[in-house]
Design a protein around this ligand. Structure first.
Ligand code: UDP
Length: 404
């Protein structure tokens, strides 16, 4: 912690010395991050406006680094608070047969009985179920009997205000409005979005980890430009695409086709762009992540490039998001930021290369060290063992389920 503070101060001093002509300075010629800078003769309205925001960004980085305590990932502990919070509503009274009965309408019914796994025959997304089963099957020898309702849709199901009674449903992503129990998504193994580049669906995080890391060019050779490629699963992505159209030298953000594409309207009145592999993303210094229908699987991959990740919005979560800290591992971007606001943030990091590089490196290290396949397996194990302990009834085999 101390060394990050020291590093940051050195970087700030170097920045101020090198850029003294660029920013407004106080009476004695020095503008420090915590002060509001007084305008110099050279400044114009745009610049002084920028300076205020730039100071805000310096302060955010400085205070976030000062408060940051790296997590200890022994036994996937970086992520354990998430499952504790998700299971907390069931802690006092446990999980009853009635709760499971109620939950069945929201997902695929699984049972663990005598260390065997059973599933209802129909599975809405077979590849997603297979991705879930990949992680559950190796745990059977240590799991007690249980019923599990696994929602394989994108959208969570148990709304905090609309669902009056406790209902245990497992979902991969949610916002704080929902009480679903988050599990590591199927797509860590298989069943992720099928795009032209990944026709069998995005998956195999273990392989992507190695391939994208191998493609992560060194910082100096990356284009100092913001980049995004993906479909218009959320209009929250529009501002960056519009900025790219007006300032192509600053941003390259374009919409690709997805299965729902019908006309250029679905790509914001432009022809769909060619898809770009995750490895090719590494050519750019600034990579943008946005929510899609729920959280986007893109997020974790972007860190592997050792580029600086800009994460727009903080509502949609997966189990590993809370361990990632804003301004420490990534740049948090307020949802619905205007193109002008996005431009300001990108320019700040263009002009503060060392700060950008530091956050990018910490982001990479965090994901590389704490989101290994072993961490995902460990999370599944902890989650299901603790969930199993909450079951308050004798689980009886449902003969309509098939063994998987
Ligand atoms: N994707 C990609 N290259 C592209 C377009 C998409 O690698 O040119 C990946 C992207 O990283 C994401 C997935 O395909 O994980 C689906 O992206 P899309 O934007 O269509 O939907 P999202 O799931 O992000 O809402």
């Amino acid at each position: 912690m101390i060394s990050w503070n020291m590093d940051l101060r050195v970087v700030l001093v170097v920045y101020l010395v090198l850029n003294v002509g660029e920013i407004n300075t106080s009476d004695d010629g020095i503008c420090v991050a915590k002060e509001q800078c007084v305008g110099s003769e050279e400044s114009d309205v745009g610049k002084s406006h920028y300076t205020e925001d730039f100071n805000k960004y310096y302060n955010e980085i400085e205070s976030s680094l000062a408060a940051y305590v790296p997590c200890n990932n022994t036994n996937c502990n970086c992520h354990t608070d998430v499952l504790k919070a998700d299971l907390k509503p069931f802690k006092t009274h446990g999980i009853t047969r009635e709760m499971i009965q109620r939950a069945k309408q929201y997902g695929t019914h699984y049972q663990v009985i005598d260390h065997k796994l059973y599933r209802q025959q129909e599975c809405m997304f077979p590849a997603r179920c297979a991705g879930v089963e990949h992680f559950v099957k190796p745990l059977l020898s240590v799991l007690p009997d249980m019923d599990l309702i696994v929602n394989c849709r994108d959208w969570p199901q148990v709304h905090r205000h609309w669902s009056k009674e406790k209902t245990p449903v497992f979902s991969f992503s949610k916002t704080s409005e929902y009480l679903d129990i988050m599990y590591p998504a199927w797509a860590f193994w298989e069943g992720g979005p099928a795009i032209a580049l990944y026709p069998t669906g995005l998956g195999r995080w273990d392989l992507h980890r190695k391939r994208i890391t191998a493609a992560s060019a060194d910082w100096e050779s990356k284009e100092p430009k913001a980049f995004f490629r993906g479909s218009r699963t959320s209009d929250e992505r529009d501002a960056l695409v519009l900025l790219s159209r007006s300032q192509p030298s600053l941003v390259d953000a374009q919409y690709t086709k997805n299965q729902a594409w019908k006309s250029p309207q679905d790509t914001l009145n432009a022809e769909p762009a060619k898809e770009v592999t995750l490895e090719e993303h590494c050519r750019y210094r600034f990579l943008f992540n946005f929510r899609g229908v729920a959280a986007s699987f893109r997020f974790k991959h972007l860190f592997l490039c050792s580029s600086l990740v800009f994460h727009v919005g903080d509502e949609w979560q997966e189990f590993f998001y809370p361990a990632l800290k804003p301004w420490v591992h990534y740049v948090p971007v307020p949802v619905r930021s205007s193109p002008q606001e996005l431009e300001k943030l990108i320019r700040f990091f263009q002009e503060n290369d060392e700060l950008a590089r530091g956050i990018a490196q910490r982001g990479y290290q965090h994901i590389w060290n704490n989101l290994r396949m072993a961490d995902i397996e460990c999370y599944w194990k902890k989650l299901l063992k603790r969930y199993g302990k909450l079951i308050r009834y004798t689980v009886e085999r449902d003969v309509s389920l098939i063994e998987v």
